[in-house]
Design a protein. Sequence first.
Length: 259
Amino acid sequence: MKNEVKIHEVSSSSLKGRREFLKLSGMAVAGTGLFLAGCSYDEKTELNGSFNNTAKMGNNGHFPGVKNGIFDLGGNDFGVLTYAYALEQLEADFYTKVVNASGFSSTFNDIEKEVLTDLYHHEVIHREFFKTALTSGLPNPKHQLLPDLSFAYGNLNFNNRDQVLATAKALEDTGVAAYNGAGRLLSNPDYLLLAGKIVSVEARHASAIRSLINPNSADFAGDDVIDMTTGLDVSKNPSEVALIAATFITTPFTAKYLP
């Protein structure tokens, strides 16, 4: 008996609104990143004065960089942004592998492919946004910018629909919890605003993935990631998220100055 690829039907209407939001959100963040990339250093300094203000204050000496032979994410605002950059590198790498897998076209139906491709573009945009912002803001980016990380996914079969979507769900839920937990660590309101914009997109990602896993249900609302005490989305400290991310990130790093 031949193996058959199981295609799950998802109604186009159930994801239409979320896909439109994903596109608009991605364009907004892309525009911000491209705008920063097109500015001169002086213009970036003026637009991102808070980066330089933090630098002038010394950031308590906890800038990102190699410490005792291992890259440390650093502390305070630069540390939080570098932490976010590491997570965006992971998500961008994952979705890059998803859309470039040999069985992508046969494993997923058309709507699923559109959603996963949208998520791929968004995560690449997020990754490049943080890289651009940190390069313009760090006083010595040559030594303080987080390098390109390496990743491994164990026995994950990128041609297996259920495995890919389950991993995507875990990554998106973790990403939302990470931003929720990191927001309180940011002292600069401009950074907090940007983080808020990005976490709203990440939450839409999580919702879209849940709709693919269990179409035409209420699972998109994600009741399982709500803190029943506060009624808010779950939040995690960087130390908690780092342990989860280390499952996939093979490049050694530390986060000594983040809670």
